[in-house]
Design a protein around this ligand. Structure first.
Ligand code: PLP
Length: 403
């Protein structure tokens, strides 16, 4: 299959009649969705718009079967040992909050995170500092954004309870050496939570082979519907924790005084779920596997190389992260001296319908520490073409000329 074969599946990439031609370079925020995902959701609303599990009629049976299938698909995608290890959430943020609130933290426990984490992997821990008296420690990267393994080993020697890192950074695209990180952490008795919001769209993750304890991802970054996600957790850990959001669908029975929780995963999926979203996520997992991660990485690298080389003569342009595009996946983040990043993004949009993200990308802590106001992030996926990237480079050069 070629890139063009895949592009046909994405409605927005195939404008009809006089519709605008959009160049979508914001996939790190949300990927586009293929029609297979949209149609799966549509079938839910038109053919079996019912509850899963709760009711016994034929419509509900269909939904239950499709939700089970989506869990199977996600389990297969991540290489989980048991399907029950897949908990449906709304997004990565919810997955991380679930772990932060369900694991048993005591005053003095150390949680170690990186120096360029998304707010979703920073604020939940800051709350635990206030509420439970944990200690939050920050491990900074090398100047080019790469992971500092020796500093990590040193930090572990202080007795860490949980290590929680962004597997791939949404800021600079750097992917961590998770195999080494997990081995070292486990040797010292620390649990490992990976924020895989940016890693899951671009690489094969095998949670069992890597021995990951918890992993959170967002469905909307892997071709799935908005507001869907997964928390993977080792069964033994999930079984031993208490859910933090409770109510309907989490219990087998209740009295006025107490209740009996359902087993994993039900005890973590409180209330009526986004069935259309979950079913759409199952379709997304299937689609992603059919594209394959080798093809995804190959295209992302090719496009990032064109962006990097094409822009290296733009005066005052500063790239965030390592110079080598092979180390930045589909992410190209930069700022230009003297030009407001939002202005660049707005002009790209107005001049050529190029959609990029500008600002601090929910990594305010890193920008504030560095004293950098903001940046522009162009993020690609396998459906972007060389021609689109060339237009991005060309328009960026035009902007530099006039501002
Ligand atoms: C690395 C990383 N972590 C966490 C998140 C939060 O994801 P969500 O908003 O889907 O919860 C994002 C979103 O961009 C991200 O890139």
């Amino acid at each position: 299959m070629t890139i063009n074969d895949y592009r046909i599946d994405f409605p927005i990439l195939n404008p009809q009649n006089n519709e605008k031609r959009i160049i979508y370079l914001d996939s790190a925020c949300q990927s586009l969705r293929p029609r297979q995902v949209i149609e799966a959701m549509d079938r839910y609303y038109t053919q079996y718009p019912a509850c899963s599990g709760r009711s016994n009629h034929q419509l509900a049976a269909n939904v239950t079967r499709l939700v089970d299938d989506a869990r199977q698909q996600m389990s297969k995608l991540l290489g989980a040992s048991r399907v029950e290890e897949i908990i449906f959430t709304r997004n990565t943020t919810e997955g991380i909050n679930l772990v932060a609130n369900a694991l048993d933290f005591n005053p003095g426990d150390i949680v170690l995170i990186g120096g360029k984490e998304h707010n979703s992997n920073l604020i939940p821990w800051q709350m635990l500092v206030k509420r439970r008296g944990i200690q939050l420690k920050i491990l900074h990267s090398h100047a080019d954004g790469s992971f500092d393994l020796s500093a990590f080993e040193l930090a572990l020697s202080e007795g860490v309870k949980l290590v929680s890192f962004g597997y791939t950074s949404n800021l600079d695209g750097v992917t961590l050496p998770v195999e080494q990180i997990i081995k070292l952490a486990h040797k010292k008795g620390a649990l490992v939570l990976l924020d895989a919001a940016q890693a899951a769209p671009q690489r094969k993750i095998n949670v069992r082979a890597l021995d990951i304890d918890f992993l959170a991802l967002s469905g909307h970054k892997i071709l799935g519907p908005s507001g869907t996600g997964v928390l993977y957790g080792k069964y033994k850990l999930l079984d031993g924790m208490n859910p933090f959001m409770v109510g309907g669908d989490t219990v087998a029975s209740s009295t006025y005084e107490t209740c009996e929780f359902l087993p994993v995963p039900e005890k973590y999926e409180a209330g009526l779920q986004d069935y259309a979203g979950i079913i759409g996520l199952g379709a997304a997992a299937r689609y992603l596997q059919s594209v394959g991660f080798d093809a995804i990485q190959k295209q992302e690298f090719l496009l990032n190389k064109i962006m990097t080389e094409g822009t290296n003569d733009i005066q005052g342009l500063h790239l965030i992260g390592p110079a080598d595009p092979a180390l930045r996946g589909g992410i190209f983040t930069f700022y230009v001296d003297g030009i407001d990043s939002h202005r660049i993004a707005l002009m790209l949009d107005q001049m050529a319908n190029i959609c990029v993200r500008s600002g601090q990308h929910c990594v305010h802590s890193w920008f504030n520490a560095k004293g950098i106001k903001g940046s522009v992030r162009a993020s690609t996926y396998f459906y972007n073409t060389q021609e689109e990237i060339e237009l991005f480079v060309e328009n960026l050069k035009k902007i530099r000329k006039v501002l």
